[in-house]
Design a protein. Structure first.
Length: 429
């Protein structure tokens, strides 16, 4: 690789502008560690004159990012737009076709088009790096590809979204409701100010799960429908009841090989306060791998914000500048396999079920009888009356039951007039 390296940054949102400033400030440090001089020769965003956190060089600004590739000699391109399709895909595709190394934090793009883009990168003998797409500043992808390369990993799970972890932690800490804490997260820059739904509904974490699966199990990215639930329905009441039970609610992403089949899911879980994962709070992420012969490995770090993301982006840059040519997913595209999906109906968990009911005789026995009908056995019951409003809260902790049993059972309660709202279900982990 030549000594003078030309860089382009496409997308100047929170991450892109922070990265732009970091590169400008750390040129000497990067040269010291790699022997390469770097120069930003092109930047692109929708609005040239938008007020940004750091001042930009307008002389190298391109309204159309594709023109940077066409008009400048680029060695490394950072894609920081964040779309799964559209201009994000076109920019990365064109860069790779022109043998330009690409670095991106875009988990939506990689989860959807990673197989195609990795095949293209391999064909062009070019790097496609996406360390920052999973778990912010934690170098989990490189660890799986390199540090744990000879291990047989059978499970990867953890807290993969700093925004939701902050919201759940802050709700427990302050006793404030979901909407109030969400506004606080937006003000602090942990959640998107406009529409944070991809964090809240689990889609962000699920994209990361699919990337982790592909790396850990050497499979092509799964396209099968899986269990995916976010935290929008978590009520402060559930947080307080969990606290009484010495439990916490965490949004977990789970990827596991079960009898040779791939199981992937994202959903809220009740975890013990005395467990490791139960004590990962705030914007922190944690990823746990289980495999042989290494056993269990734990990785923790900040997962939200431009700082941790830029740390991983620069890590990818230094890897490229040192001349490392790597398969994007650890092994060649042609050697990655299609893995059959695990049947989600057979997924088993103990359940936390919260019923808001009319406070009248016979309601509890009606609920327990229906649970028994679907072979769901009860481990614990907590009943809290609200005499003033003639209502009651019933919380039931069950023994393990299958996903299909719980679905069929709960659907029965939808038309029951004594049940004031559809039951809240949270799985225990």
């Amino acid at each position: 690789m030549k000594k003078q390296i030309n860089i382009a940054i496409v997308g100047l949102g929170q991450v892109g502008i922070f990265l732009y400033n970091e590169i400008n400030n750390k040129k000497k440090d990067i040269e010291l560690k790699t022997g390469r001089k770097i120069n930003i020769v092109g930047i692109s965003a929708k609005n040239k004159n938008k007020k940004r956190r750091f001042k930009i060089n307008k002389k190298i600004f391109f309204t159309n990012p594709l023109n940077i590739i066409q008009n400048k000699k680029i060695d490394v391109l950072f894609e920081c737009i964040g779309l799964s399709d559209g201009i994000s895909l076109r920019v990365v595709e064109k860069a790779l076709k022109n043998k330009i190394n690409v670095i991106t934090p875009n988990k939506a793009l990689i989860a959807k088009h990673g197989d195609y883009l990795s095949k293209l990168a391999e064909r062009k003998n070019t790097n496609l790096e996406f360390e920052a797409s999973v778990a912010g500043g934690i170098p989990i992808l490189r660890t799986i590809k390199e540090g744990l390369a000879t291990n047989k990993i059978h499970k990867v799970f953890g807290i993969l979204n700093g925004t939701t972890n902050y919201i759940l932690s802050e709700m427990e800490k302050t006793g404030e409701n979901f909407n109030k804490v969400l506004k606080k997260a937006q003000f602090l820059g942990y959640a998107e100010p406009g529409n944070p739904k991809f964090d809240l509904n689990g889609l962000d974490a699920f994209a990361k799960v699919r990337i982790l699966s592909a790396l850990a199990f050497n499979n092509l990215i799964s396209k099968k429908k899986c269990i995916m639930e976010g935290i929008e329905k978590i009520d402060i009441k559930d947080i307080k009841i969990a606290n009484q039970l010495n439990l916490r609610i965490k949004l977990l992403g789970i990827s596991e090989m079960i009898n040779g089949k791939l199981f992937e899911t994202v959903h809220p879980c009740l975890v013990g306060k005395n467990t490791y994962i139960g004590n990962v709070n705030g914007v922190m992420n944690a990823v746990i791998t289980q495999g042989k012969p290494v056993g269990e490995s734990i990785f923790q770090g900040e997962g939200a914000g431009p700082g941790p993301t830029s740390s991983s982006l620069l890590s990818d840059l230094l890897s490229i500048l040192r001349g490392n040519k790597k398969y994007p997913f650890g092994i060649s595209y042609v050697k990655r396999k299609i893995v059959k999906p695990f049947n989600n109906n057979n997924y088993t968990n103990s359940l936390y079920l919260r019923f808001e009911v009319k406070d009248k005789s016979g309601v509890l026995s009606k609920i327990t009888n229906r649970l028994a009908k679907f072979k769901i056995s009860i481990k614990r019951i907590i009943q809290t009356p609200d005499k003033k409003n003639n209502k009651a809260t019933i919380v039931i902790i069950t023994h393990k039951t299958s996903e299909i049993n719980s679905k069929k059972c709960l659907s029965v309660f939808r038309k029951d007039r004594d049940i004031l709202q559809f039951p809240t279900l949270i799985r225990l982990y």
